[in-house]
Design a protein around this ligand. Sequence first.
Ligand SMILES: Cc1cc2nc3c(=O)[nH]c(=O)nc-3n(C[C@H](O)[C@H](O)[C@H](O)COP(=O)(O)O)c2cc1C
Length: 169
Amino acid sequence: MYSTTDGHTVEICRRLKQTAEEHGETVELRNLKEEPELRSGTFDKIVIGASIRYGKHQPLVNKFIRKNQETLEAHPNAFFSVNVVARKPEKNQPETNPYLQKFLERIDWQPQRLGVFAGRIDFPSLGFVDKHMIRFIMWMTKGPTDPLSVVEFTDWDSVEAFGRMIAEM
Ligand SMILES: Cc1cc2nc3c(=O)[nH]c(=O)nc-3n(C[C@H](O)[C@H](O)[C@H](O)COP(=O)(O)O)c2cc1C
């Protein structure tokens, strides 16, 4: 299950799917925007991935979790967050990533496994306001600011390690 705005979280999900399938799992990807039904017994394991935009995951993520908490807890489950703060080595673990920690404080569900992955900034595809807001945030946090650049911070080895961990859950 995923929540994405510009598609990078679904890219990460595709890599997780590929890795888990290489380890014998069958994986279905569902967009939370389509409000998928989560009936008990339909899936063996449930993983939710969501990206951060201006400090928060999309509200539909919390909504889905609240609605399906019982079903989530009845299955092996995991959650991962995608954000660019996770490009920093001191913020790239579930315990050290401020967005993931804040998110966990706000929900009742305690995911059995947690992940955090650095995202991607595609400056040319952003609208004027977002582009300049992100350039400003990047400048403040000593990141790249070239408005013509596409910068991918994702550590794909760490995505694949998470995929293997899911397969073994
Ligand atoms: C408008 C906008 C706001 C963002 N806000 C944040 C933020 O507050 N903190 C952060 O770490 N990353 C932020 N990001 C980075 C995204 O989390 C990153 O681009 C991620 O790869 C987006 O995933 P998605 O394409 O699945 O939505 C922002 C990105 C955009 C375009």
